[in-house]
Design a protein around this ligand. Structure first.
Ligand code: FAQ
Length: 314
C-alpha cells in the first residue's frame, strides 16, 4: 500500500512490528546503527574466545576440556553468523575487521578482564553468558530480519553456555573449602563488570532512544540490567555463593531487587582502552589475523578456481 514511498513503507513495517529485510529501503542512519551494533556484537564474540581459550589446556578433566572447547567454538560460530548478518547491510567483513583492528569499532568491555582461575570459566558462563542472554533474547525480535534470525540460534547456544557455567560453579561451591573460596573469588571479580555489560545508564546512553524507536532495541540498558539482577540473585542462593554488593536487597514495593551504585567510570575507562587486558586482547587479535592471512588467501584462491570451473561448464 505504501509502495510508492519507501520511507513510509519502512515506517509502516516498523509500526506493524514487522521485519526489514536486506533489499528493503531503510534510512541510512538505521543501516549505520545496525552495522555498528552488529559488528560490535560480532567482534565481542570473537574477542570473547580469548579469556576462555586461555583455559582449554588447563581444564581440570577431559570432560571439562571437551565442553570448554565446544563452547569456544560456538563463540566463533556466533561471530560468523553476526558478520554474515552485517554483510547483508552492504559492508564487507574484511572492512569490519580492519575497523576493529585500528580501533574504529569496539567490542564488549567484559572481555578486557583476566581469567585468573578455573572458577572464572564458571563465572563467565553463569554471569557473562547469563547477561548476554538477558540482553540478546529481545534482539530475537529486532526489526532487522537477518539480525533477529541469527539471534535465535545464538540464544539457544548461550543458554547451554550459561548452564555449563552454573554447573562448574555449583561443583566448586560444594567442593572443598578451597574450591568454594575459588568460586566466591571469581564471582566477586565478575559481578560488577557483568552489570556493566548492559552499557551506560539510560540517561547517558546515546543510542537507546533512537534504537528503541526503530525496534532494534526493545528494552533500555537499565531495564535489562534490572532483569539480570532479579534473575541472578535466586540462582546465587542455589549456588551457595554471595553476590558482592552490601546494598542488594528485595524491594517489595518495586517488586525488584535494589542494588548498589555501579562505578561507571570503570566502564568508560575500559571502553576507552584502559581496562586490565585491552592491549593484550587487541595484540592477540591482530596477531591471529596476520597468522590467518594464508588461510584467507587459500580460501579466496579456491573460490576463484571453483567459479572459473563453473563458468567453463556453463
Ligand atoms: N562495552 O548508547 P549506548 C557476548 C558503548 S555478549 C563496550 O547505550 P547501545 C557473548 C556503545 O557501543 C557481549 N562498549 O549503546 C559471549 C556506544 O558507543 P559507540 C556482546 C559499550 O549500542 C559470552 C556507547 O558505549 N553483546 O559476546 C558497552 O545502544 C561469553 C554508548 O552506549 C552485544 O554486543 C560495553 N559493555 O547499547 C561471548 C549485544 N556498552 O558505539 C563469549 C548487542 C555500551 O557509539 C563469552 N549489543 N558501549 O561508539 C547491544 O545490545 C548494545 O549495543 C549494548 C549497548 C547494550 C551493548
Amino acid at each position: 500500500m505504501h509502495d510508492h514511498d519507501p520511507e513510509e513503507r519502512f515506517q509502516a513495517i516498523i509500526d506493524d512490528d514487522g521485519r526489514i529485510e536486506p533489499r528493503d529501503w531503510m534510512p541510512p542512519a538505521y543501516r549505520k546503527s545496525l552495522i555498528r551494533q552488529i559488528a560490535q556484537h560480532a567482534h565481542s564474540e570473537i574477542i570473547g574466545m580469548q579469556p576462555e581459550g586461555n583455559w582449554i589446556t588447563r581444564a581440570p578433566s577431559l570432560r571439562r576440556k571437551a565442553i570448554l572447547m565446544a563452547k569456544v567454538q560456538d563463540e566463533a560460530g556466533h561471530g560468523l553468523y553476526l558478520y554474515a548478518a552485517a554483510e547483508t547491510l552492504g559492508v564487507d567483513r574484511a572492512e569490519l575487521l580492519d575497523m576493529l583492528h585500528d580501533g574504529r569499532q569496539k567490542y564488549s568491555s567484559i572481555f578486557n578482564y583476566p581469567t585468573l582461575t578455573w572458577a572464572d570459566m564458571g563465572a563467565i558462563g553463569w554471569l557473562v553468558d547469563g547477561a548476554a542472554i538477558v540482553n540478546q533474547v529481545p534482539i530475537c525480535r529486532c526489526s532487522y530480519g537477518p539480525y533477529a534470525r541469527a539471534m535465535i540460534r545464538i540464544c539457544k547456544e548461550e543458554s547451554f553456555h550459561q548452564r555449563q557455567g552454573f554447573e562448574i560453579l555449583h561443583t566448586l561451591s560444594h567442593g572443598t573449602p578451597a574450591q568454594h573460596d575459588m568460586a566466591q573469588d571469581a564471582v566477586d571479580r565478575w559481578w560488577w563488570p557483568s552489570l556493566m555489560m548492559f552499557g551506560p545508564p539510560d540517561q547517558e546512553s546515546t543510542h537507546s532512544e533512537q534504537s528503541m524507536r526503530w525496534g532494534i532495541k526493545r528494552f533500555s540498558n537499565d531495564e535489562l540490567r534490572q532483569r539480570f539482577v532479579d534473575m541472578t540473585v535466586p540462582q546465587a542462593e542455589v549456588l551457595g555463593l554471595r553476590l558482592p554488593d552490601p546494598d542488594l536487597r528485595w524491594n517489595p514495593e518495586r517488586g525488584h531487587y535494589d542494588f548498589g551504585e555501579i562505578d561507571f567510570t570503570e566502564l568508560f575507562e575500559v571502553i576507552k582502552g584502559n581496562g586490565p587486558c585491552n592491549r593484550q586482547r587487541m595484540a592477540d587479535r591482530r596477531r591471529a589475523h596476520e597468522e590467518g592471512e594464508w588461510v584467507r588467501e587459500a580460501a579466496a584462491a579456491y573460490a576463484a578456481k571453483r567459479a572459473a570451473q563453473r563458468e567453463e561448464v556453463a
